[in-house]
Design a protein around this ligand. Structure first.
Ligand SMILES: [Zn+2]
Length: 238
């Protein structure tokens, strides 16, 4: 009897706790603003055309080109799995509609491209002068351009492993979106794009820490910060 009463008295407590958690999530911006649409992207491919952002030119008053065509579906600072509120997503994921190795990835801005000898799916471009803060140097980082097992790279032949400081113009074809993540889980075809700060010695900082990266929103001309109620799909000025 006592146990049953205890059980019933716990019900409202659990409900209140669940409600508080929901309110807290929305207040703190915890949770993914794009999770539902991203699920729909994979479950219902027919809706993909309505979610795709396609930009041949940068947005007005923005310096960077959106480097690939697709659904900008996992945003900057998203704290949800496989990321956490303590180690959130450091860039944006653009999900292309096509087979692996067919959706082009372009340089977001003029700079000097490097591909380390061990990089299968990744290139990084050095921009000596940040177009929004000209006194500093920044980098743009592009990854997942390889087949799922990593054997076939989808980076174009112009940039073989070991490429160092090769000048590229904004819009230069870098490679194609792939499934390779280097992680045990599968995310789906996309390219990960991030803006990385320079270390004092001029090298790029560790891209996996959000403190070493910048919110790409002002560079792209639309809000891609998961903490600031983004509008999806993104459009210039959204
Ligand atoms: Zn990513």
């Amino acid at each position: 009897m006592l146990r049953r009463r205890l059980r019933y008295s716990l019900v409202p407590l659990v409900l209140i706790a669940a409600l508080a958690l929901l309110v807290l999530r929305s207040r703190l911006g915890i949770g993914s603003p794009s999770a539902e649409l991203l699920r729909a992207w994979f479950r219902t491919p027919e809706i993909r055309p309505t979610l795709i952002s396609r930009l041949a030119e940068p947005c007005p008053n923005a310096p960077f080109l959106l480097p690939s065509e697709g659904f900008v579906g996992f945003l900057y600072a998203d704290p949800t799995a496989p990321y956490t509120p303590f180690a959130p997503h450091t860039g944006i994921d653009i999900f292309g509609d096509g087979a692996p190795g067919t959706v082009p990835v372009h340089a977001a801005y003029d700079g000097y491209l490097t591909r380390l000898p061990e990089w299968r799916s990744t290139v990084i471009i050095r921009h000596p002068s940040d177009p929004l803060q000209p006194e500093r140097q920044i980098w743009t980082y592009y990854t997942h351009m390889a087949s799922e097992n990593g054997v076939q790279s989808y980076i174009v032949d112009d940039f073989p492993p070991g490429t160092s400081e090769k000048f590229v113009k904004r819009g230069t074809l870098l490679g194609y979106q792939g499934l390779y993540s280097g992680a045990p889980y599968r995310i789906g075809l996309h390219v990960h794009f991030s803006i990385v700060l320079s270390a004092p010695d001029g090298s790029f900082r560790n891209e996996t820490h959000i403190g070493n990266t910048l919110d790409p929103s002002p560079y792209l001309g639309f809000n891609v910060d998961a903490r600031r109620q983004p509008t999806l799909p993104v459009r210039c000025g959204s």
